[in-house]
Design a protein around this ligand. Structure first.
Ligand code: PEP
Length: 243
């Protein structure tokens, strides 16, 4: 089986004006240097993609979008297509983040169409899945995530163009994380449901203090980082935990 190079991706969400984004990108590039312990990616808000891409030029840190529309173009006010992200310099796009699934009512079918759009544009799709607290407490976490995977992955998935991010909804932005045993068990369950060698990231309150333990778990191939990715030093420390 080919080696799965670890990936640490920062999701900046709706944070940053031009000057903040460029300063953060420069600080990330300066701190991680040229020899990364893992593949690194930042996903700024759409307004910052071009400026952040320029600030990261030559650093080896990749650029991703946070969401895309399923269509390539058209009358979809306020939306951005995968082709537009590709054109702006992105290599990846996050789809199905819980803030889209739960905050914007996106279904598995919507996420599936967005992942297919990412592939059509030549982007790697980072497909997010994860259970709510109520679903975990009801013992349904694996069942819920399995159903999300079944409904969210288009035909033709492969390790080259798919990354799966397991992000328990209740762990995002809360400071809470599942136990290491629960993360390992979920990643093992996901592994059996996706193409061989596809990377599986863990996301949900990853920080410099817990990254090493999480990244050492079997079947954890990296992290999707929200809040801690807004501090260059914390992002660097999480990336270092890949070593
Ligand atoms: C996320 O939004 O994908 C995320 C994991 O956020 P946080 O790290 O802040 O929990």
């Amino acid at each position: 089986m080919p080696e799965r190079k670890r990936l640490v991706a920062g999701n900046w969400k709706m944070n940053g004006l031009q000057a903040d984004g460029v300063a953060l990108a420069r600080a990330v590039a300066a701190r991680v240097g040229e020899r990364h312990a893992c593949e690194l990616l930042v996903c700024p808000p759409a307004t910052l993609v071009t400026a952040v891409g320029a600030a990261l030029a030559g650093s080896g840190v990749g650029l991703g979008g946070q969401d895309c529309h399923a269509a390539a173009s058209g009358a979809f006010t306020g939306s951005i297509s995968a082709e537009m992200l590709k054109d702006a310099g992105c290599s990846h796009v996050i789809v199905g983040h819980s803030e889209r699934r739960h905050g914007h009512g996106e279904s598995d079918a919507d996420v599936c169409a967005k992942a297919a759009a990412a592939w059509r544009a030549g982007l790697v799709a980072i497909v997010c899945v994860g259970e709510t607290r109520a679903e975990r407490e009801a013992g349904q976490a694996v069942e819920v995530v399995s159903a999300q995977l079944a409904g969210s992955l288009p035909d033709g998935a492969s390790a080259a163009r798919l990354v799966v991010a397991y992000e328990p909804v209740w762990a995002i932005g809360t400071g809470l994380t599942p136990t290491s045993a629960d993360i390992a068990a979920m990643h093992a369950a996901i592994r059996g449901r996706i193409p061989p060698a596809t990377r599986i990231l863990y996301g949900g309150s990853v920080n410099p203090g817990n990254a090493a333990e999480i990244l050492a778990l079997a079947e954890v191939d990296g992290a999707l980082v929200g809040g801690a990715s807004l501090k260059a030093e914390d992002f660097r420390a999480i990336a270092e935990a890949c070593r």
